[in-house]
Design a protein. Structure first.
Length: 77
């Protein structure tokens, strides 16, 4: 077990990573018909692919929040 305390943005980074990987999986699924020669998926599948960018933004917000809190805390913890 880790004894390192959680940072302010750790949860946002974790959630962002999960959302990013869901979007990445959806992107792989929506591109597959191009290589397999089958009918493309409906529009909603492409909308789910946008989660990749959303996850990246959430994780980035977590990093920014961690930096912001560490800079405003004079003790450095």
């Amino acid at each position: 077990m880790s004894t390192t305390p959680s940072g302010a943005g750790d949860r946002l980074v974790q959630v962002g990573a999960i959302v990013f990987f869901i979007g990445a999986l959806a992107t792989a699924v929506t591109v597959a018909p191009l290589f397999l020669g089958t009918d493309p998926f409906p529009t909603i599948a492409y909308a789910v692919s946008m989660l990749m960018g959303v996850g990246f933004l959430i994780a980035g917000a977590g990093v920014v929040r961690s930096v912001w809190v560490s800079r405003s805390d004079p003790s450095g913890t």
